[in-house]
Design a protein around this ligand. Structure first.
Ligand code: MG
Length: 159
């Protein structure tokens, strides 16, 4: 069995009145992410981790924000497109571990729905998808509710 590991990181700014898509689901919130796509910063970090595992660059390179095709796109479609790349076909996700730093709203009630949603797109059990959320105790840009940061690690394998 061949194994590869990848990590990804992404940040999006928050603004009033925008929808908040995170981990593949809509989170009830007065603020949402400023982005060319739906702004799902968790999926973007996961995509970068998958790309990193195969040394394929980053999603900004793959889906440029100057391309109208990706305007407002559901990030689950980006994740599916990444998994469908020739370099990732034949590989499967062993597990992923994602940490989301967001001051508000509280994400605890939504974690399991996110895990199920991302697991479905990746075709794996939710037991292999870890999502953790933390505030930053009001410190930094996350703490000031200016944005959200996400780190993702993924292990992929092929037989
Ligand atoms: Mg992004």
């Amino acid at each position: 069995m061949e194994l590869r590991i990848g990590q990804g990181y992404d940040v999006h700014a928050l603004a009033d009145g925008l929808p908040m898509w995170l981990g593949g689901i809509r989170i009830p919130s007065q603020t949402g992410f400023v982005a060319h796509s739906d702004g799902d910063v968790a999926i973007h970090a996961l995509c970068d981790a998958l790309l990193g595992a195969r040394a394929l660059g980053d999603i900004g390179h793959l889906f440029p924000d100057t391309d109208e095709r990706w305007k407002g796109v559901d990030s689950k479609e980006l994740l599916a497109a990444v998994l469908d790349l020739p370099e990732l076909r034949g590989w499967y996700v062993v597990n992923t571990d994602i940490t989301i730093a967001l001051q508000a709203p509280k994400l605890a009630p939504h974690i399991d729905a996110m895990r199920e949603q991302l697991a479905e797109v990746m075709g794996i059990s939710p037991a292999r998808v870890s999502i953790k959320a933390t505030t930053t105790e009001h410190l930094g840009f996350v703490g000031r509710r200016e944005g959200c940061e996400v780190w993702a690690v993924v292990l992929i394998a092929r037989d």
